[in-house]
Design a protein around this ligand. Sequence first.
Ligand code: B12
Length: 443
Amino acid sequence: MKIGLLAMSGIRCCDPKLLKMGLTLPGFVDRSQKIASLPSLGLLYLAAMTPTGHDVQYFEAEADLKEPQEIYDCDLVAISTFTAQVKEAYAIADRLRARSVKVAMGGLHVTVLPDEAAHHADYVIIGEGERAWPAVVDAASRGVKSARFNAKDSPAIDVAHLPVPRYDLLRDRPYSRFTVQTSRGCPWRCDFCASTVMLSQKYRKRPVDQVIRDLRAIMAVRENPFIEFADDNTFVDKAWGRQLCEEMKPLRLKWFTETDITVAQDEALLDAMHDAGCRQVLIGLESPTRNGLSGIELHNDFKARWFDRYVQSIHAIQSHGITVNGCFILGLDGHTTGIFEQVLDFSVEFGLYDVQITYLTAFPGTPLYDRLLRENRVIEPGAWEKCTLFDVNFIPTHMTSDELREGMYWLGERLYSQECTAKRRAGFFQQMKSRGREIGVGH
Ligand code: B12
């Protein structure tokens, strides 16, 4: 069979004002533009799991109506879904099926709402795809009309035996950034999180030698690639993290990852990360005030418990030459209209090199979504296109939705202005100069 893997690329935002601001305030979309050029790792894993004897091709659609025409020559097309683009993905799937192309859909959104997806796909896959995919291919080649595959029916995938993602399929594409997973899941359970925890609740880390194997596979495809770990929380296990960094050092790569604040506790790990080429860590600080943090991590209030160590942790990480991209969620329960100024002040005072601001967003399948729905606080239930992190679709507790939106505009204009960016970064540059460290910018 001819099998097409269709990734949806680009960033999404419905709010025209924010979109326009993003274009004029580069800092606003800086990271989004960088990640917008990432390939779909999930589909590259499926490619690696495809039984031999089939012709596999990787395609990209920037948006609905932008799918490449060659994809209509395929017998089977796999589409990966996130909530914000799922309606576009469904529209493409409908067009493909109208022309007798079999469609398989999986990914974060479909995993949560398989019944919805079944209206648009022949094969619906719930959860991690590696085990199910060969069965999907088999079903399609036998002409099975429709089927559902649930990874949750079998034990979680053993990440010690994952294949090398088919990075070679990207050889002729202009990617300079590549994703690798060192782990799946996260030990914490934040009520808003719609990441890998949706696929499998367990936190699992991969053997270091296999991560190195995958990095080498990327290096065989592209010279000087920039690596983004597509993990939810990379450095949960510090000893393993130190070993990973030690073994990455000879590769001389530059990389970025998402991790939690506890990474700051381990000086030796921070040294190893810097020496292994870590340029930036993205950390969910969520709120510059204790207000808003209590209760959002459901296991043992992790975020609220670590609040007192935010400042010293940012300092510890950045003093090792690794920049921090601090993420704040606007509109957490308890946040008043004062939150916008508080984020601005915190970011400048404590010298956050990069800052990401997003709205509290209720993704389907999260405890947050269920709670807001119960409390009648979801403005348009089912408006998946608004699950972008940049569109307000809920009623905050201590301000109106309009105040939240206006506050985002106000904060974005200030936080990402050239003047404020320079102010936020000045301390980092000063510190690096006085320590003679190589600076961890340029991610
Ligand atoms: C890389 C990335 C991107 C890349 C994706 C590259 C691409 N072309 O697909 C880009 C830049 C496009 C992107 C965009 C967006 N992203 Co993003 N992104 C990520 C990130 C960092 C890693 C995802 C990843 O690679 N995971 C690893 C792979 C292996 O897992 P996977 O994709 O889920 O695939 C597995 C299964 O789902 C399944 N599977 C997936 N698809 C299919 C299909 C079939 C047929 C089968 C059988 C199985 C299957 O099998 C795979 C292997 O087990 C995550 C955060 C994180 N830490 O996970 C956020 C994340 C996925 N993004 C998110 C968001 C919100 C967005 C944007 C809306 C942001 C914006 N405002 O624009 C847009 C969406 C627009 C779009 N174009 O889709 C949310 C999604 C939440 C949700 N439930 O929808 C996440 C979880 C971040 C977060 N915590 O909020 N993103």
